[in-house]
Design a protein around this ligand. Structure first.
Ligand SMILES: Nc1ncnc2c1ncn2[C@@H]1O[C@H](COP(=O)(O)OP(=O)(O)OP(=O)(O)O)[C@@H](O)[C@H]1O
Ligand SMILES: [Mg+2]
Length: 301
């Protein structure tokens, strides 16, 4: 049976009159990789800051491991959560070791426990460098792996990773996601935001945010089948300069690189000679990118 580790009910965060988070409710299960997706400004970071006890919500209830997050009592949950923030992860001008020492001192870790935990974490990321390396001299991917270790230094049961792979090279992103999966295998709950849809495929469930509201929450596969109840097609123009004069055939038509992804109003139109003259047409399965474009970006146009 699923064990709920994060429970959010009717969460609202207002800045003045503006709702950055509006009536958001969801549960996260223990050991789950929970993806939090949405366009820039959708309210992802704001929600995470509340769940980590760093920002007081305007209203709503948050429970972390069955403990209610109450203003002034944030410390009750702080040892349960780790946080890798979006903009700031490590101090660039000091060494890896100094960053880790500093994080451990902020958490008041017992020195022996800290060294054991540090060694475990460095083994976990298969760290081969020198601990005295200054952070700014590290490749981006390694820096983010060290930042993950820092977020896990007090062995929290849940870790919030806010765009941990933004700007990281593809091979290093892949490595980072192997770590995320291993954390989940070991029973940790990972709450992660990303703008990379290929990464989001690795999540057990995905919450989609739009303008502060939660608009969908499901597994990647269910999001695809529920969003696309009709067959999706890829239209590959035979002439790369092709411009659509008439889009009346389509229920949906989205540019996709040089191609188009389309849903036809009538399936028989896929055999239309006027279209086949200009396009190669094939049936495709929707990707999470298709889901995201349809649910999030399509609505903002
Ligand atoms: N302290 C603040 N004061 C006023 N507005 C804020 C504050 N923090 C965030 N906002 C606004 O709240 C909205 C949500 O911001 P948030 O950072 O949560 O979005 P996000 O989904 O994390 O976006 P991104 O993908 O760009 O990181 C934005 O419009 C932002 O400008
Ligand atoms: Mg953010």
């Amino acid at each position: 049976m699923n064990e709920c580790i994060v429970k959010v009910e009717e969460l609202c965060v207002q800045f003045g009159d503006f709702f950055a988070v509006k009536n958001v409710s969801f549960d996260v299960n223990k050991g789950e990789i929970f993806g939090f997706l949405g366009a820039n400004g959708a309210g992802k970071t704001t929600t995470i800051r509340v769940l980590c006890g760093l920002l007081n919500p305007t209203s709503g209830t948050v429970l972390i491991d069955n403990i209610e997050l109450i203003k002034g009592k944030e410390n009750l949950i702080k040892q349960k959560v780790g946080y890798m923030s979006q903009r700031f992860t490590l101090y660039d001008g000091i060494s890896i070791e100094e960053n880790m020492d500093f994080a451990a001192s902020l958490r008041h870790l017992d020195p022996e426990d800290y060294i054991t935990q540090r060694n475990n974490l460095l083994d976990f990321i298969d760290f081969k460098e020198d601990l005295s390396t200054i952070v700014k001299d590290l490749p981006g991917g390694i820096k983010q792996e060290i930042a993950l270790c820092v977020a896990l230094i007090h062995n929290p049961m849940i870790v919030f990773l806010d765009e941990p792979t933004a700007g990281v090279a593809p091979a290093a992103r892949f490595r980072f996601w192997k770590l995320i999966k291993e954390l989940s295998n070991r029973g940790k709950t990972v709450f992660v935001t990303t703008h990379y849809m290929d990464e989001a495929e690795n999540c057990g469930r995905i919450a989609l945010m739009r303008s502060g509201e939660l608009i969908a929450l499901d597994s990647p596969q269910n999001l695809k089948t529920k969003t696309f109840t009709k067959q999706l097609y890829n239209l590959n123009p035979k002439n790369s300069n092709y411009k659509f004069q008439d889009t009346s055939y389509f229920e949906l038509l989205e540019p996709y690189g040089q191609h188009y992804h389309a849903i036809f109003k009538d399936e028989n139109l896929t055999n239309s000679s006027s279209l086949l003259k200009d396009f190669d047409i094939e049936k495709i399965n929707p990707s999470l990118e298709d889901v995201f474009i349809r649910l999030v970006e399509g609505q903002n146009r």
